[in-house]
Design a protein around this ligand. Sequence first.
Ligand SMILES: Cc1ncc(COP(=O)(O)O)c(C=O)c1O
Length: 390
Amino acid sequence: MDGNSLGLLCKESEDSLRNALDDWRALGIAGWLEGKRPWFYFAEQIGAMCSNLVGAEPDEVILTGTTTINIHQLVNTFYKPHESRRKIIADELDFPSDIYALRSILKLRGMNPDKDLILAPSVNGSFLEEAEIVRLMDKDVAMVFLPSVLYRSGQLLNLQYLTEEAHRRGIVIGFDCCHSAGAVPHYFDRWGVDFAVWCGYKYLNGGPGSTGFLYVNQKHFDHEPALAGWFGSVKEKQFDMSLTFEHSHNAGGYQISSPGLLSAAPLEGSLKIILDAGVNAIRTKSLKMTSYLMSLVDDVLSPFNFSIGTPREEACRGGHVAAEHEEALRITEALRSRGVVPEYRPPNIIRIAPVPLYNTFHEIWQVVQHIKEIVERREYESYSKERKAI
Ligand SMILES: Cc1ncc(COP(=O)(O)O)c(C=O)c1O
C-alpha cells in the first residue's frame, strides 16, 4: 500500500537490470554502444517510453538525474527574472525538497527568498485552491512551480487550468509530478506546460533512489541549460571533446552527467508493464480502488474517529488516500507488524496507496479490517510515540 513512495520490484525490472549487468560483464566499456540496449542511448530511449505517460513527444522526455537535481536544472534554466518580474510562486504544502531548491536558487542569484518566493496558502492545512494560486499570479511573478498531486492529502491540481492562467499572464510554469506520473495521465503538450520533473521510484517502480525524468516543451529547446555538462551535448559531437558546449536541442540537452545505468536499468522493465497496461486503464482502476477504500473508511472506521483527508471528486485526487487519525503514527507501526505497509505523514495521516498493477480490492478490504482490529483492541498502544528516522 506504499506504491506512492516506493513501487515494488517486478520480474521485468530484474531482467532489465540483469541485462545491464550482463553487458557490463561481457562487454566492458563496449556496452556503451554494443549493449543489448546501448548505454549511450539508454536515457533517450527510456525517456521516449515514458513520454507516452505524460502526453509528450519522445524527444521531450529524458531519463536523468533525480527530482531535486532536475528541479535545479530546469528552474535555473527557465527562471529569467527581469525588472519587476522576479517572483516565483510555490505553495505552503509543497514537498520540502522543492522549497529548499527554490530558496537556494534565489539565494544563489543574490535575491531574497523571503520576499521573492511566494507560497500559496492552503485552505485548511490539507488542500490548495487553484483560484487562489491564480489570484497570486501578478505582474511581478516570473515563474510558477507546483506539485501535480500534494504528497500528503493526495489532492490533484488542475494542471491545464493553471498552465492556461499562467500563460495568459506571461508566466512560465512547471510541475513536480512525482505523485502523479504513472498513476494519472497527463497531456503536457496539449496543455502547453513549459517543463516538468518526476521520479522513477514511486508509481514507475524503478527501485530505491532510481533515476528520475524531466520534460521540456519543444518550444523551449533553444534555451541553453543553466547547468551544463557533457551529456547535454549534441550526441554526435559529444566525443569530439570540444571545450565549447553545444547543447542538444531536445530534452537530452538538459542532462548533466553520465547516466547511472544501474539505477536506471530497472525502469526499462517496469515501464514495459505500465505501457502494456496503459495509463488510462491504470487510472480507471486506481479511481475505483481509492473510492472503495474511502467508502470502507467511512463505513468501518469513522466510528473509531477516522476521517478522509483526500478530495472526494475524481478529478481532484491522485492515487493515494490520506486516512486521518490522531494515533496515525502508532497505527501505522502496528499495521507494519501485521505485514501491511502504508506510510505515516505527520501530524495525523496514514497514506494508503493501492496500486492498480499489483494490489487487489480484497487487499484493500483486508487493510481496513486490520486497522479496525488495531484500534478496537488498542493494539497501537504498545508502540512508541517516537517517529523512527523515516
Ligand atoms: C513530491 C516530491 N518532490 C521531490 C521529492 C524529492 O525527490 P528526490 O529525492 O528524488 O530528489 C520527493 C521525494 O519523495 C517528492 O515526493
